[in-house]
Design a protein around this ligand. Sequence first.
Ligand SMILES: Nc1ncnc2c1ncn2[C@@H]1O[C@H](COP(=O)(O)OP(=O)(O)O)[C@@H](O)[C@H]1O
Ligand SMILES: [Mg+2]
Length: 357
Amino acid sequence: MFRRCVARLVQAGAAVVGTTSRPEAVDPALRSPDLLSLRIDVPLPDAVLRREQLTVLTRPVPLADDVRLDEVAARTPGFVAADLAALVREAGVRAALRQKSAQTPTVLMADFTAALEVVRPTSMAAATLELARVTLDDVGDLAEVKQTLTESVLWPLTYPDTFARLGVQPPRGVLLYGPPGCGKTYLVTALAGTGRANVLSVKGAELLSKWVGESERAVRELFRRAREAAPTLVFLDEVDALAPVRGQATDGGTADRVVAALLTELDGVEALRNVVVVGATNRPDLVDPALLRPGRLERLVYVPPPDAEADGDPAGRLAQRAACRGRRPARPRHGVGRVLGRRLCGTGPGGRAGRDA
Ligand SMILES: Nc1ncnc2c1ncn2[C@@H]1O[C@H](COP(=O)(O)OP(=O)(O)O)[C@@H](O)[C@H]1O
Ligand SMILES: [Mg+2]
């Protein structure tokens, strides 16, 4: 019906322009050569364009001297103009609250920094990790794992130009593996919390069930958005469900096709620039080995259970085990295991004061 309307318009000599934010959802028939034949993608703004948009958006805003729009632009990958407008508004609100009775209130860089904490890009809305205010400092122990992730995931995403200049090829992907409940998902949430990159996150099983029959398209879509919003961290949680060893499934080949789509995306006809893929699994043995080859999830990182021996005291051990059952407080500050251990075992804070200090 709608197609016929468009056809009639076109035949009558009208120029028809359609817009959509979900091109994949548009009936392909509408894209036939005699209808909407031309497709023009309007990509997400890059840092330069965001800088320009910010300049325009902040024109009526009294900015303090310390506001560096370049830096704001650099810290807002994935933001579209509407998001930037929301950001400027939020910064303004904060400035107003701070200086209720000032004659000439100004917006400081600090207001922008604070606004950046709460305003998230809409383009990411569907797949962003819930933004817990977690940073790597909140992740107890796991020093080595944190170091590896910082070097092989965070730095390449934060300083892509430096890496390119040095001719260093950062790893395309990392697989976190280890027993359940020991912080794999938590670690990636913490990486996201540093705010240096966009994070697109999917859970293997969820993606499969939500997109029954179209999971391959969901995978392609995910990577399309990752490329658009780069620098992006793509997090494939429970990747064993998404990419099981091929040739074993009983689902008529869906799983195999999803794995194939995933590999295609990783090998990328369209290069995955500034996109790092992190997978997590409790069962690396179930993951299709092709996914772990160089150029894909090439770096394997073991997330160990809490090291009871190294800690050496039963309270710590108990606490860490409790943590592994997901009972750590949402926002631990430091040495949580021990804080919690005290509570669990009824030890007073004085008990281990020296060590804790
Ligand atoms: N190293 C850690 N430091 C602080 N909290 C942790 C740590 N490891 C696990 N936790 C807590 O345990 C919960 C479960 O961890 P999670 O990351 O979901 O485990 P999984 O490895 O199965 O993905 C987290 O939400 C977090 O609260
Ligand atoms: Mg998990």
